[in-house]
Design a protein around this ligand. Structure first.
Ligand code: MRU
Length: 341
């Protein structure tokens, strides 16, 4: 990871370098991506994943397309569209691709400068979300130490460029000496919690335990955690939030047990063009991830699966949405209407 200087991905020597997240935690390997089709494959198989990270990957993907095809050509437009649609749920991918393409009249240098700006904006946003979220956790829980926070999937530096979103809040709590324990859901079927979040928590020296996904609502109901912190793949204009499958059941449990449920995401994840959660396309990732485990069949041959990668938590179950620029208290009737989005 040395060549990435601690980042999850970057533009280096005319190519995209990224940590291959499918290899963690057993090995830390860096992938070098030199073509748009290799980038699209990497996004689809989750070598790079997490809403902000695929937004940055998409931004650098436009640079690759500009380099190989030249801006403004038919091949450039086709390459851009293949990146844009590689995964449907996280809005950051299409949004960041569009943001960089909008500068393409300025040629390759303008496109590269905008992609770097996308990367740098995410870096700054992660630090601000960490601070805003940690302040809010103290306010909501009334705890000035010993916070126990539950989280799902991976929302750390691996899902962004550095630090991340919900896990950035946990990291900030830890750095401020306020974190008693993070509780991480393993996050079936691809184990982003077990493979990636546990690895990142270990790297930062934070106290944590790992649980099976179905233990989440139980631990919320028994008062074992003070707050639930989750990321987002797309936040609709009314606050409905798509995130990793299993998030909705945590929100239901949190509401029933009066535990604060907080969504942490950069402004770039808010999609004011999507009116409600009903309008969010949920990616279905097919049978294999469910009927096999580590390449070994875990269900009888011929079994078909339902494999929605995300679910939608209605705004009314969300206590607050924390972004890099604001805290929107949905529990107090505030909405996303004002400010950036
Ligand atoms: O399928 P994934 O691993 O890309 O899903 C990621 C999530 O659901 C994250 O919670 C979300 O993208 C926010 S990441 C900061």
């Amino acid at each position: 990871m040395g060549e990435l200087g601690g980042k999850t991905l970057d533009w280096v020597d005319g190519t995209i370098l990224m940590v291959d997240q499918t290899k963690l935690p057993t090995s830390v390997e860096v992938l070098q991506i030199a073509t748009v089709s290799d980038l699209v494959d990497a996004i689809r198989r989750l070598s790079v994943r997490g809403a902000p990270a695929i937004g940055v990957a998409g931004a650098f993907g436009v640079v690759l397309a500009a380099k190989v095809d030249g801006v403004g050509t038919e091949a450039f437009a086709a390459a851009v569209e293949s990146i844009r649609s590689a995964r449907p749920t996280a809005v950051n991918l299409a949004k960041m691709v569009d943001r960089v393409v909008a500068t393409s009249d300025g040629g390759f240098d303008a496109v590269l400068a905008e992609a770097y700006a996308v990367r740098d904006d995410e870096l700054v946003a992660s630090v601000k979300m960490g601070d805003n979220g940690a302040d809010l956790v103290v306010e909501l829980t009334g705890r000035s130490d010993s916070v126990r926070a539950l989280t799902i999937c991976n929302t750390g530096g691996l899902a962004s460029v550095e630090r991340g979103t919900a896990l950035a809040v946990i990291q900030t709590l830890h750095e401020r000496g306020l974190l008693e324990e993070a509780v991480a859901l393993e996050t079936r079927p691809l184990l982003q919690g077990a493979r990636l979040t546990a690895w990142e928590l270990q790297q930062m020296g934070a106290p944590f335990r790992l649980i099976v996904d179905s233990a989440g609502p139980h631990l919320i109901s028994t008062g074992s955690v003070h707050v639930v912190l989750v990321g987002a793949d797309r936040i609709a204009a009314n606050g409905d939030t798509a995130n990793k499958i299993g998030t909705y059941s945590l929100a239901l449990a949190a509401r029933y047990s009066r535990v604060p449920f907080v969504v942490v995401a950069p402004e770039s994840t808010i999609d004011m063009a999507t009116v409600t959660g009903d309008d969010i396309e949920i990616e279905d990732r097919g049978d294999d991830e469910v009927v096999c485990f580590a390449g070994v069949a875990s269900a009888p041959d011929g079994t078909h699966a339902l494999n929605p990668a995300f679910d939608v938590t209605p705004a009314e179950l969300i206590t607050a949405i924390v972004t890099d620029t604001r805290v929107v208290r949905l529990d107090r009737g505030e909405s996303l209407d004002s400010g950036q989005g």
